[in-house]
Write a protein that binds this ligand. Structure first.
Ligand code: PLP
Length: 393
């Protein structure tokens, strides 16, 4: 069976060109970048080159790029690196757990935490941020694009408000990376962003590598103590193949953003979305009407348990993800969807489809056969579907 992968927000496939760029750094150029000998210097050179590629993409200085193990570490470093007891942190109710759990931990250590609500479309309103600022607000952390709905936040306005209030601004751009241009220069859209998180495995690079962009003026305390790697900001021997892969993947994404790739991906996503909405009743798009990244659609199928649908589609060869996280056998409704005002039942009836650059039209058409059939089958077993109509007869 030829599988169809529509879970790119969970992780993307590693591009063969990225793998080929990494391969020599496992097998031949395996030196430690801190070593003085030629093998070490070869590794150092490769890291410098990747750092420059990433800095070009972000329009920042190479020294402002800190390599980490991924999005979770970068998010934690941004928060723990600048906040101390007595400081105030503002974040939002739809952040990834890498932010929400870090904020909770900081809260138990004497940091004051405010979690902003979102609108029904999943947007953090700039006026809500303005109202929440306090004299001790040290950091505002709001994600750029949401991992479940793809909804894009008004980051320029939010960051501008944080700066005007004397606070630093961090954005978790894990789901914006490779999908939206990222420019932190003084003339860029993200000019007021002081720190920004990216993760390799969401942009066709390997798992276990990411970056935190840290503006030169930000004083960041390290979380790990050890060697003086990454200018004292992140101790630990560098993951050279991962860094090389991330540099290559970012170059490829940057080129792709200049082509008609994003437009084509949007039309594939829209074809899937429209196909589902027109063929299946009692469905809808969470975050509809808001600006969304090109590859994501988050759809509820009333009277269907998302987990059952996910398994039914998996058996037919289609990989998608539920709108809820599974914790030890109990299905908690997604905190993102409930923050947007969805009922627990509707949140539990939601599926996320996230396409990749490799998704084809034929795959969309095949998915549009599989999904209506699976939903119809599950609804036949549903104790609620069609009941209102039956009663009315
Ligand atoms: N932030 C967001 C928005 C994410 O979607 C993810 C991963 O799903 C992360 C952070 C964590 O990144 P990583 O898997 O690289 O630790």
């Amino acid at each position: 069976m030829q599988r169809i992968y529509m879970d790119a927000n969970a992780t993307t496939p590693l591009l063969p060109e990225v793998f080929e760029a990494m391969r020599p750094f496992y097998l031949e150029h395996y030196g430690n970048a801190s070593s003085i000998h030629q093998q070490g210097q070869h590794a150092r050179g490769a890291i410098d080159q990747a750092r420059e590629s990433i800095a070009r993409m972000l329009h920042c200085r190479p020294a402002e790029v800190v390599f980490t193990s991924g999005g979770t570490e970068s998010d934690n470093l941004a928060l723990f690196g600048v906040l101390a007891p007595g400081d105030h942190l503002i974040t939002s109710s739809i952040e990834h757990n890498a932010i929400l759990q870090a904020a909770q931990s900081l809260g138990s250590r004497g940091v004051e935490v405010t979690v902003l609500p979102v609108t029904a479309q999943g947007i953090v309103e700039p006026t809500a941020l303005l109202a929440a600022l306090k004299p001790n607000t040290k950091l505002v952390s709001i994600m750029y694009a949401n991992n479940e709905t793809g909804v894009i936040q008004p980051i320029d306005a939010l960051a501008g408000i944080a700066h005007a209030g004397g606070a630093l601004f961090h954005t978790d751009a894990v789901q914006a990376g490779g999908k939206l241009p990222l420019d932190v220069s003084p003339h860029g859209f993200l000019k007021d962003v002081d720190m920004l998180t990216l993760s390799g495995h969401k942009i066709y690079a390997p798992k276990g590598i990411g970056i935190l962009y840290v503006r030169r003026s930000v004083r960041l305390a390290p979380m790990f103590h050890g060697g003086s790697h990454e200018r004292q900001r992140r101790a630990g021997t560098e993951n050279v193949p991962g860094i090389v892969g991330l540099g290559k993947a970012i170059e490829i994404c940057n080129e792709w953003l200049k082509t008609d790739g994003p437009t084509k991906l949007t039309s594939l996503r829209d074809r899937l979305e429209q196909g589902i909405l027109s063929q299946i009743d009692e469905t809808g798009v969470n975050g509809a009407g808001a600006l969304r990244v090109a590859n994501t659609t988050n759809i509820y199928f009333d009277h269907v348990e998302a987990e059952a649908l996910l398994i039914a589609l998996d058996l037919k060869g289609l990989s998608v993800s539920g709108g809820s996280a599974c914790h030890s056998g109990t299905s908690e409704p997604s905190h993102v969807l409930t923050a947007m005002g969805l009922s627990a039942a509707r949140a539990r009836a939601t599926i996320r489809f996230s396409l990749s650059k490799l998704t084809t039209e034929a795959e969309i058409d095949e998915a549009l056969k599989l999904i209506p059939a699976a939903v119809a089958h599950l609804r036949e077993l549903s104790p609620t579907y069609g009941k209102a109509a039956t009663l009315a007869k």
